[in-house]
Design a binder for this molecule. Structure first.
Ligand code: CA
Length: 343
């Protein structure tokens, strides 16, 4: 018996979507080039017919892909329905698994009124290689006739639930496009929010609003900032009270005028010497951060004569706070002329 290879990619809307989106984004990073723009799949062609089946999906189309090229987030779907009353559809997302189609996600059922394009904003993380279709208990809106036999859709009765698979079609229509247009935006940080319209900070999975910027100037009058959710914390002012090398670790003392989550980093000529340390600093108390020297830095110091030093710049930053920095001399450790070891 075959193991369900795609078991990991089934999810329900809103559930583990974010975590899986992160996985998908990683897969996408591994496979594709960086930062593409949104994928547009399907068509906003005006529907002229309805399929005889409940579920239908485009299986081939001349000059356009039917599969997503990259992982991302479906941010909207649209149906152009100039003519029909009583159209009620939901978007279905299919992942081909061998000869079967697994439904990996779906939208809510939506009424699509007669009279033009209806567009539905959604947030559905999808992996690369999925295809889109629709379910309507009466029949899915389609656009006939494209005069091209290779424009094909497959249809079958019923509605496959998310997490289940379907095999085979009851009907394959030619010269037709499913009247369904789907926008898939990239999701570089894998947070499950489309980077072009849903994610204000596509480089930080923890933030969907604007990216945090260090030290915005205190807004004194003017049009004012758009800090939502009243009572923004007062801007902190950071100070590095001291930093010194203890063994192979730089111990840093710092203070803040307001409660702050602080990142402390150390660099020599712009190159980090240790992973940044994070700590919470309470006003009135001294926070301590420790930066262990990297192996490369220890080796550099070992080769540097004792009377020389490297200048370490310790920097403390916090969202919305004025950053602080302090220079510390890291003395060389090479003893004067003993036996010279060759590597
Ligand atoms: Ca994102």
């Amino acid at each position: 018996m075959l193991r369900p290879v795609s078991g990991a990619v089934r999810f329900v809307l809103g559930g583990k979507a974010a975590a899986l989106a992160a996985l998908f984004a990683l897969l996408a990073l591994a496979v594709s080039a960086p930062s593409a723009s949104a994928d547009q799949l399907g068509s906003e062609c005006p529907a002229t017919l309805r399929t005889t089946t409940g579920t239908a999906l485009q299986i081939s189309r001349v000059g356009a892909p039917v599969l997503t090229s990259q992982a991302g987030v479906v941010t909207s779907w649209a149906v152009n329905n100039p003519s029909f009353d009583g159209v009620t559809e939901k978007l279905k997302v299919f992942l081909p698994v061998g000869s079967e189609l697994e439904v990996v996600a779906e939208s809510l059922l939506q009424a699509i009124p007669k009279g033009g394009v209806s567009r539905f904003p959604v947030r559905i993380p999808v992996p690369a290689g999925v295809q889109f279709g629709a379910y309507d208990s009466v029949g899915v809106a389609e656009c006939y006739n494209t005069f091209t036999a290779d424009d094909k859709y497959g249809g079958y009765g019923g509605d496959t639930p998310v997490g289940s698979r379907h095999n085979g079609f009851n009907y394959v229509g030619e010269k037709s496009l499913i009247a369904l247009a789907v926008t898939v935006e990239p999701d570089a940080d894998g947070d499950g929010y489309g980077d072009e319209t849903q994610d204000g900070c596509p480089t930080n999975a923890a933030v969907q609003g604007p990216c945090p910027t260090p030290a915005p100037p205190p807004s004194s009058g003017g049009s004012g900032g758009s800090s939502s959710g009243g009572g923004a914390p007062p801007a902190a002012s950071l100070k590095i009270a001291g930093a010194k090398l203890e063994g192979n670790t730089v111990a840093v003392k710092l203070t803040s005028t307001a409660q702050a989550q602080v990142t402390v980093s150390g660099s020599v000529r712009g190159k980090p010497i240790a992973p940044a340390a994070q700590l919470a600093v309470t006003p009135g108390a001294t926070g301590r951060a420790y930066l262990p020297l990297s192996k490369a830095m220890r080796e550099r110091l070992a080769k540097l004569p004792r009377r020389q030093h490297l200048t370490l710049v310790v920097e403390a930053t916090s969202s919305g706070a004025v950053p602080a920095s302090l220079e510390v001399a890291l003395p060389g450790r090479k003893k004067p002329a003993r036996h010279h070891r060759h590597r």
